[in-house]
Design a binder for this molecule. Structure first.
Ligand SMILES: C[S@@+](CC[C@H](N)C(=O)[O-])C[C@H]1O[C@@H](n2cnc3c(N)ncnc32)[C@H](O)[C@@H]1O
Length: 264
């Protein structure tokens, strides 16, 4: 991702304010998250295979013609993009995808929605984290969605439903059909209105153990504003800011709203 002044300024603030390795984290649930998810260095066998998939994508020079339905890209200028460029600059890092994998394991998430499939590598992490779970991944660009479908087929990831549509229309339709939602990952259309809208739609299906993840919360002032508003929502009891993404929890056993910044 290309870095702008707003992000640098906020990264410096985060660097000095954030907690490390669970030190000073007094909430038992947040501490457990540090141990089991954020600073858990255990080796998961699936990570070896997923790293191989990333290596394959990093040398794939196939050109895709992409229609961008979101708030635009700060990284790409042309709408023709090579798979290896997207794999290098436009998708979740190894560290981030591995954290999502550990989070799904820890919370035992079964019903997962990803907004923004891109080339589908992060989707494979979500899929591998719970092979009996169901992943619904939405992508507006047809060429990206087709690419991700093919990749998932090749890697025998059979628990993913890919939807090629705009989040704005697909998300309410999908949520209508679900009883509950365990994990929502919002990683596209980084505007204030869209981000808050996806949150407000999805909270109708949240439960005590749900987690919502918002990517790029320091992408722009309006994304930070959306993140801060989400944190303040009365249903939210715990929020965790890792700089690159923020997590939102609704656990009723946490009686006093808590907010943490973690340095990963
Ligand atoms: C940053 S990428 C997703 C990366 C992926 N989730 C990962 O972790 O590697 C964001 C994707 O969202 C898609 N997108 C943005 N706005 C959209 C919208 N309103 N509807 C559907 N897709 C959208 C873009 O086409 C892009 O592929």
């Amino acid at each position: 991702m290309m870095i702008n002044f707003y992000q640098i300024k906020n990264f410096i603030r985060h660097y000095f304010a954030a907690k490390r390795n669970g030190h000073g984290v007094h909430s038992p649930f947040a501490y457990k998250l540090c141990e089991e998810v954020f600073y858990n260095n255990n080796h998961f066998y699936a990570f070896d295979d997923l790293k191989k998939v990333r290596a394959e994508l990093l040398i794939n020079s196939t050109e895709l013609l992409i229609e961008d339905l979101g708030a635009g890209s700060k990284t790409f200028t042309s709408n023709k993009r090579k798979v290896n460029d997207i794999a290098r600059k436009g998708i979740s890092t190894v560290k981030q995808s591995e954290i999502f994998y550990k989070l799904i394991n820890f919370l035992n998430c079964n019903i997962i929605i990803e907004l923004g499939t891109s080339i589908g590598l992060n989707t494979l992490y979500l899929s591998n984290a719970n092979k009996t779970g169901k992943i619904i991944s939405i992508e507006g660009s047809k060429s990206l969605s087709d690419f991700a479908i093919k990749l998932a087929k090749e890697k025998e990831a059979n628990n993913i439903e890919f939807i090629n549509s705009n989040f704005n229309t697909a998300l309410p339709e999908i949520l209508d059909k679900l009883n509950t939602l365990d994990l929502l990952y919002v990683d596209g259309n980084h505007t204030y209105e869209a981000t808050l809208n996806y949150f407000k739609l999805a909270i109708k299906k949240k439960h005590n153990n749900s987690v919502f993840i918002f990517d790029d919360i320091y992408w722009s002032p309006e994304m930070t504003k959306a993140w801060e508003e989400i944190q303040k929502h009365p249903t939210v009891t715990l929020s965790i800011d890792t700089f690159n993404f923020g997590l939102i929890f609704f656990r009723e056993e946490i009686k006093e709203k808590v907010h943490f910044k973690f340095y990963l």
